[in-house]
Design a protein around this ligand. Sequence first.
Ligand SMILES: Cc1cc2nc3c(=O)[nH]c(=O)nc-3n(C[C@H](O)[C@H](O)[C@H](O)COP(=O)(O)OP(=O)(O)OC[C@H]3O[C@@H](n4cnc5c(N)ncnc54)[C@H](O)[C@@H]3O)c2cc1C
Length: 561
Amino acid sequence: MSKPLIVVVDDEPQVLRAIGRDLLSRYGRDYRIVRASSGQEAMEVLARERDAAQPVALVLSDQRMPGLDGVSFLAEVRRLAPAARRALLTAYADTESAIGAINRSQVDYYLQKPWDPPDQHLYPVLDDLLDDWQQGYKPGLGGVRIAGSRWLPEVHALREFLTRNHVPYEFFDTERADDRGDEARELAAGAAALPVVLLPDGVRLERPKVEDVARGVGLHTEASETTYDVAIVGAGPAGLAAAVYAASEGLQTVLLDREAPGGQAGTSSRIENYLGFPSGLSGHDLARRALTQARRFEVEVVTPVDVQGLRLDGPFKYLEVSAGDGGSRTISCKALVLTTGLSWQRLPAECADRFERRGIYYGASSTEALNCSGETVYIVGAGNSAGQAAMHLVQYARKVVMVIRGRSLGEKMSEYLVKRIESLAAADEQSIEIRTRTEVVGCRGADRLEGLRLRHAVTHEEDEVTTGFLFVFIGATPRTDWLGDRVSRDAHGFILTGSDLDAERDLARWPLKRAPYLLEASVPGIFAAGDVRHDSVKRVASAVGEGAVSVHFIHRYLASL
Ligand SMILES: Cc1cc2nc3c(=O)[nH]c(=O)nc-3n(C[C@H](O)[C@H](O)[C@H](O)COP(=O)(O)OP(=O)(O)OC[C@H]3O[C@@H](n4cnc5c(N)ncnc54)[C@H](O)[C@@H]3O)c2cc1C
């Protein structure tokens, strides 16, 4: 396989030469730079590269071109090179169309001409886009290889885990009838149980646990110390922010997560309201950036570990943490930050358990998107996460059907998403359909999901639909039982902090003269931030803000010890 491609398109020969030259000098060593003078010509190049299975990393296009303009061309690129990052090169006067392009075609970025000096105005943005692309790039040699049926729940769990932990892997589907399927069957030959996982060092594992693969690819699966200044449970936006601020201010910090850094935000296909990212960014990208930052400040990130118990002894907090061998370890800390967020509620439909990860997925639209090509997929839920998933999946699936209980999408979803979905549905009712006042009440299939039973909320009429994919986004709840009775929570399990703590009900055992700090729970030195906190705003920015603010109070608490 040759070097991945960067394609640049501009109808003005002088501009094309200049941008081509700048790209070559910076990226020529690692990428092939291809220049095209029109969208049409570039599409022919992309079609050829797709047929030859050559990877395309980035497509950069001028906006004003005769025939196909930049925005329309970049929308087509999505079909020909779905993984490529796409950026528009605009004159100042075209800023409006660039912003429109971001909204309509989910273009990754827009750059303004002139871009001199490229070190300031061109390379930082392109470096970032290419770094992001590299995360998903599987060069085919030296990475993890998984062979098995794509319908096996274990396969889904491994792929989801590796994707979310930014570990490149290649998947070989043993059910495919083509050459790729033959390769898969060869890799799996002789195995007593699937999937087979081949690690980069040649070790072959049969139906391994996620923890074994995590260790095999060099993830940090056990804390190196037994005592820390600060332990943070949950590496979503709140936990990552707390970790970055704590470690950057000199506190020895461990960050523990049972799945992967990024939390719920890490599963979002596009976060559009996070300040400073006008084109939006994927949750995967946000998590990758935050994780890099945390590691730079020497946060010890441990994953996958489930924190299962809490014990208190004077100022020390002891966490019971699952270990890969099936046992558990204890970690102690002076200050503890609980940022465990929310977990998806399970679909109450009969038989939904049976098809979990065999066609029914909770918040996993990114990992499964490529599998949905040519299929009709169903999404249940009416919040922003369901809306984002619909906008993401519609680029891969033949058709997306949203099943919602309410009368309209606008009851729960942000207006910008409602508008986008409704305008897409109005423009092409074959691509997206919204079924209001409807519930999923049953599912059918043998080894995997094959269909759903839907019921209308008013008429109670039922109908059967055929589908192999249901993505569920029906709300989330905190899982905080493991905290025991010392950390006060509300009736739904959200952690009470600061002035929400009731003196009689929650603070009977509070040992200090001072009242709990803002974000401090019913035990001195235990803080809660983000979605798991009672009455918190369920947003990325507020989780990040609370995580950062908690560190301010940690300093005050530690100073008083
Ligand atoms: C699909 C989707 C799209 C979204 N889009 C947007 C958006 O566009 N804009 C926006 O502002 N918000 C969005 N949100 C909401 C936003 O993602 C959340 O508000 C935010 O992630 C909350 O962050 P958090 O750190 O509090 O918790 P979470 O993100 O929930 O992270 C909690 C972490 O704790 C870990 N954990 C839990 N219990 C344990 C335990 N016992 N041991 C170890 N680890 C544990 C979990 O594995 C998880 O990684 C979206 C949410 C979803 C699901």
